[in-house]
Design a protein around this ligand. Structure first.
Ligand code: HEC
Ligand code: HEC
Ligand code: HEC
Ligand code: HEC
Ligand code: HEC
Length: 392
């Protein structure tokens, strides 16, 4: 009896120590739910064999070896997620617990000055490293738990004995579930007109992209690049929409199709896209009374109490419209422009804070954030038609 068990044990030991088996065991150990437990528990003491460089959570240090990812990440919004707009309102009256914001913006325990004590109170966090907070969503926030690195299956051959005790290879690391915790509200969270304020993952899940196996990373991290471009980037937006215009007499029609965005265009309440039609006179001056504007977006008031309109375009769908040219000038031009305001909501919000600053607001930071939101708009599309109406 006893002998038999001993034999089984002897038989199992070599199998479990082969790398193939450890890999399978690791893979089973990984769950998105565990990985994204908020706030992410403190990393604890680094393994004894780690050098200072391997023990560091600072992205600059990861960057000494992972230069490509570091250079790309630096250009992304993820590296700016603790910018002045967020930092400036962390101690405002409506944020009674800053951890509700740091959850997505700086998710590591080491990035928060406060923590929840076992009896449920906000207390000082002894693990706080301020230099990590200001760097936003850092490498370690997505890749490191208890000093263990997690990453996708390498595309090329695996390096022998890599530093930081190697890494755990996760089969579906680039799955949309990875992005969900920060880009999707839970069903019980805030809704406007019955719709969740943040619903990007569900929008994607209900689109044809799920069936085609096209995940967030396929569009936002092409070739695993850490760029995460979105609404702030004209080239990225151009990849996602098809714009057609036609003129017949005094009618100029347009069609905007969401041909390559994996969710609503746009997905959040923050951007506003303005389609403007207007006449320009012979001297190139816009005739103000000819201006007509139409909007794409989910527009809401600052108190989030209701929606004014929701004209976002779901994947594969088209928004069409028409401008009627008023033949008020001869020899002029008619123009359509499509201008994107990526931060329209925040621009209005920061302006209201500055006009009437509540206690706890860092007005210097909010002013800086406001100026940034004022500068982020750009022209996505522009077209002119010559007008050849006879002078009356
Ligand atoms: C820990 C939370 C978190 C995770 C996980 C996360 N993001 Fe983000 N993401 C954010 C935050 C916060 C912002 C807003 C940053 C800012 O502008 O302050 C953001 C912004 C973005 C943007 C906005 C770009 C723009 O122009 O507005 C894109 C695109 C994006 N994320 C894609 C992804 C994808 C794809 C994944 C999955 C691989 C992902 N994110 C995972 C928190 C997260
Ligand atoms: C569920 C994840 C999540 C939580 C929680 C969250 N945010 Fe965000 N935040 C995002 C994402 C994603 C974006 C980018 C998309 C957008 O603009 O809505 C963003 C954008 C922003 C921006 C505009 C970009 C910038 O950097 O200026 C501000 C300001 C902001 N959040 C403040 C806050 C504050 C304050 C809190 C806490 C009350 C908070 N957020 C909580 C995910 C989150
Ligand atoms: C928002 C989460 C997020 C952040 C922040 C992030 N990564 Fe990644 N990283 C990913 C995902 C997801 C993948 C896998 C993408 C895929 O499979 O398509 C990945 C892949 C990688 C890979 C494998 C690349 C390859 O070509 O095989 C390395 C190395 C890496 N990341 C290092 C870093 C470093 C260094 C930083 C900081 C400069 C960083 N990451 C920041 C989510 C993140
Ligand atoms: C001393 C150099 C060095 C430092 C510092 C370092 N790494 Fe690595 N890392 C490597 C090497 C080498 C590999 C294995 C080869 C590869 O896949 O790039 C690796 C592998 C990884 C992988 C797995 C890549 C994959 O293919 O899945 C991730 C994720 C990762 N490192 C993240 C980090 C993060 C995050 C930091 C900082 C907190 C960091 N590394 C610091 C050298 C380093
Ligand atoms: C088929 C390609 C594709 C897929 C799949 C995709 N996106 Fe996007 N995404 C885009 C394009 C193109 C834009 C720029 C246009 C826009 O802002 O809507 C964008 C914009 C964004 C933005 C900027 C904010 C905004 O209001 O639009 C965020 C955040 C984002 N995506 C997150 C995600 C997440 C999270 C997933 C997965 C659940 C995902 N995306 C899947 C193509 C894609």
């Amino acid at each position: 009896m006893l002998k038999g068990r001993f034999l089984i044990l002897l038989f199992l030991i070599p199998i479990f120590t082969t790398t193939a088996w450890t890999k399978i065991c690791w893979a089973v150990d990984f769950s998105f739910k565990e990985h994204w437990k908020f706030p992410i528990p403190p990393q604890g003491d680094p393994p004894k064999n780690f050098s200072d460089l391997e023990a560091s959570l600072d992205p600059d240090d990861c960057g000494t070896c992972h230069e490509t990812q570091y250079e790309d990440w630096k250009t992304s919004r993820h590296s700016k997620s603790m910018g002045p707009g967020v930092a400036g309102q962390l101690h405002s009256p409506w944020v009674n617990n800053p951890l509700t914001c740091t959850k997505c913006h700086t998710p590591l325990a080491e990035q928060s000055s406060k923590k929840i004590s076992p009896d449920g109170y906000l207390t000082k966090n002894p693990n706080y490293l301020p230099e990590l907070r200001s760097q936003g969503l850092i490498c370690a926030g997505c890749h490191v738990r208890r000093h263990i690195r997690y990453g996708p299956k390498p595309l090329t051959g695996k390096v022998k004995n890599p530093p930081h005790n190697s890494f755990v290879e996760v089969e579906n690391f680039g799955n949309s579930k990875f992005c969900k915790p920060c880009h999707q509200f839970d069903p019980g969270e805030y809704r406007i007109n019955g719709k969740l304020l943040q619903n990007t993952y569900e929008e994607w899940k209900n689109s044809p992209y799920l069936k085609k196996g096209i995940h967030c990373t396929d569009c936002h991290m092409p070739e695993r690049r850490h760029i995460w471009q979105g609404i702030h980037n004209p080239e990225m937006v151009k990849k996602g929409v098809k714009i057609e215009t036609t003129r017949e007499g005094t009618d100029v029609s347009f069609k905007i199709t969401n041909s390559g965005v994996g969710h609503n265009f746009p997905t959040y309440v923050t951007p506003k896209i303005v389609i403007r039609g207007s006449v320009f006179d012979k001297n190139g001056t816009e005739v103000l009374r000819s201006v007509e504007e139409k909007f794409i977006g989910w527009n809401i008031p600052l108190n989030l109490s209701k929606e004014w309109y929701d004209t976002r375009i779901p994947p594969g769908k088209t928004l069409s419209g028409k401008f009627k040219i008023n033949p008020i000038t001869a020899g002029g031009k008619f123009r359509i422009t499509i201008r994107v305001f990526p931060d329209d909501f925040y621009s209005r919000f920061f302006k209201a804070l500055l006009d009437n600053p509540p206690n706890g607001i860092d007005t210097k930071k909010i002013k800086e954030a406001y100026n940034e939101t004022q500068k982020s708009n750009y022209i996505l599309f522009e077209k002119y038609w010559d007008l050849s109406f006879k002078e009356k």
